[in-house]
Design a protein around this ligand. Structure first.
Ligand code: NI
Length: 170
């Protein structure tokens, strides 16, 4: 396994729309494992391939990452698609490894139904709600070149990007 460099905003590669994978083979599985290792090393709970500069529609999530005593709840998804989203939305704080040390509340549907290929190349459909539904939507956004700060007002987003760039100088 290998640690991959995580891109941070405003890197233009984070804006690239990722391409579907043809199938989940050994190479994709290896990438999923490297992404998971990178995510744990960075104290994240989700990571999209876009964030490590790979334009493939792959995401990994461990909803219990960083929660001591809880067993891992790992998901590895290729080509995830939202089939349905609830009308009900909620505003909850989000953070992102590509927007380090900041957070902001984002409005998203509270429940979703998705379809994806799992690590065994099997097509799976699931319904999720709560933090996992939010995390999946956040990561799918990455595959479409969207950061959570893109959901904020322009003023708020510009303030956050300025903070990021300032933090990087020191
Ligand atoms: Ni993120």
């Amino acid at each position: 396994m290998a640690l991959l460099p995580v891109l941070t905003a405003p890197n233009p590669r984070l804006k690239i729309k990722a391409e579907p994978v043809e199938r989940v083979d050994e190479e994709v599985r290896r990438l999923m494992d490297d992404m998971l290792e990178t995510m744990y090393a960075s104290d994240g709970m989700g990571l999209a391939a876009t964030q490590v500069g790979i334009d493939k529609r792959i995401i990994v999530i461990d909803l219990h990452a960083g929660e001591n005593g809880k067993p891992p709840r790992v998901m590895k998804l290729a080509n995830p698609e939202v089939l349905w989203a609830s009308e009900e939305t909620a505003f909850v704080d989000e953070a992102c490894l590509s927007v380090p040390n900041l957070y902001a509340a984002v409005g998203r549907p509270t429940s979703i139904k998705i379809r994806y290929l799992n690590e065994h190349n099997k097509l799976v459909e699931i319904e999720e709600d709560g933090p996992l539904a939010r995390c999946i939507q956040h990561e799918i956004d990455h595959l479409d070149g969207i950061l959570y700060i893109d959901h904020l007002s322009r003023l708020k987003r510009e303030i956050m990007v300025r903070k990021l760039m300032k933090a990087r100088k020191y």
